[in-house]
Design a protein around this ligand. Sequence first.
Ligand code: B12
Length: 360
Amino acid sequence: MRAAASATPGASPPFVESLPDNVQVPGGRAVSDEPLSDEPRHPIQVVVRRTGVSQDLLRAWEKRYAAVVPGRTPGSHRLYSDADIHRLGLIREALDGGRRIGQVAGLANDELAALVDDDRREAFATARPPLPRAAAAASPPEDLRVRHVAACLAAIRELDAPRLEAALDEARLALSLPHLLEGVIGPLLEEIGEAWRRGELRPYHEHMASAALRSFLGGMRGTFLAASNAPLLLVALPAGQHHELSALMAALAGAAEGWRVTYLGPDLPADDIAAAVRQAGARALALGIVFPPDDPELPAQLERLRRGVGPELPLLVFGGSAPAYVAAVDAVGAETVTGVGPLRNALGRLRRPLPSLPIR
Ligand code: B12
C-alpha cells in the first residue's frame, strides 16, 4: 500500500492517493482491486490525518450511523483497519460531492465506490475539472444549507443558546468542513448582520450568537491534530479590529490543512503580532480586517507589521473590509484570501516545497 504522499489532514485530494500503486486513476477509480486488511491497527489520530475527518465527526458518524465499527484496544481505545480508512475516505468524498451522511453511511463499500466514481465521471463528463477542494467547498446542496442556516437563525431569534448549539452540531454532522464554514457559518453571520441592520435582531442576539460560534469554532479546532513538525500558522486581528469569527474560521481551516495553529485573537497592536511571529517561528500569518473599513491607523500598522516580520513571511489578509485597504495591503506584499477555499489553497501552496529547478 503506497502511503499518501502529502497526507496532511484535509489537504489530500479525494483519497485517490491512497489507492494501491497498481490501480490506474486517470479519471480516478474508487474501487480497490486489492483486498484491504480488516485488521484493526490504526489509532484515531492516524485516521483523522489520513481522511481529514475530525475526531468528533468520526465518533458521531459511528454513534449515529454506524458508518464504521472500529476495534478496541484492551484500554478500550478505538482501532481502525485499512478497510475502515478506505471506507471513511469514500464517505468523506461522497459528502464533498454534495451527498448527506444519512444517505451514504449505510451503503456497502462497492455501492459507495460506485457513487463516488459516478460523481467523478459526471464531473469529468461535464468537462468540469475534477472538483478541487475550493470548488467542492463552495456548493453544499442548497436546500440542506438553507435549512441549517434557518435552524440557527430561529434559535438566535428565540435567544435559545442550547438550541443554537444543537443546530450547529447538526450542520457539522451533516456537512464536510468546507461546506459547513462557507455554506452555513459564513452566510449565517451575514444574515445576522442584515437582521441586526433591519432592527429584527438586537445587539444581545448578536452577542449570544457570537459567543456560541466562538466556542463552537474553537472547539472544532481542537479535533484536528497537526504533526509536531507541521508548519505554524499565526492568526490575529490588528488593533481596532474586533470581529473575530472569520479569523476563528481561518484558524480552523488552517488546522484542517494540517498546520499547527496559534490563534491570537482580536485587537492586537502590530508590534505584538510581529513579536509573536518571531518568538513562535511562524511560517505564515493570517490577518483579519473585518470592520471598520476606514481606520486611518491601519495602513501604518501593516507597514510596522511587515517591518517586524521581515520581507519573506507570507501574509494572508481576509475580511469584509480588506478591500478597503487594498493599497496598503499590496504595499506590504500581502495576499488577500476571499474565503475558506482560497485560504486552504494558499496554505496548501505554502506547504509544498518549490520544485527543484534542473541545474543547467
Ligand atoms: C458578529 C458581529 C459582531 C459582534 C462581533 C463578535 C466577535 N467576537 O467577533 C459584535 C456584536 C461585537 C459586533 C459589534 C459591532 N458591529 Co458587528 N457584526 C457582526 C456580524 C454579524 C458577523 C461578523 C463576522 O464575523 N463575519 C464573518 C464573515 C462573514 O465576515 P468577513 O470576514 O467580513 O467575511 C468576508 C471575507 O472574510 C470572506 N469570508 C467569509 N468567511 C470567511 C472565512 C474565512 C476563513 C476567510 C479567510 C474569509 C471569509 O467573505 C466575506 C465577504 O467578503 C457582521 C455581519 C457580517 N456580514 O459579517 C456584523 C458587522 C460587521 N458589524 C457591524 C457593525 C456596524 C458593528 C458595530 C459598530 C455595531 C455597534 N454600533 O455597536 C460594533 C463594532 C464593534 C467594533 N468595535 O468593531 C457592521 C459593519 C458595517 C460595515 N460598514 O462594514 C456589520 C457588517 C453588520 C451590518 N450588516 O451592518 N459585531
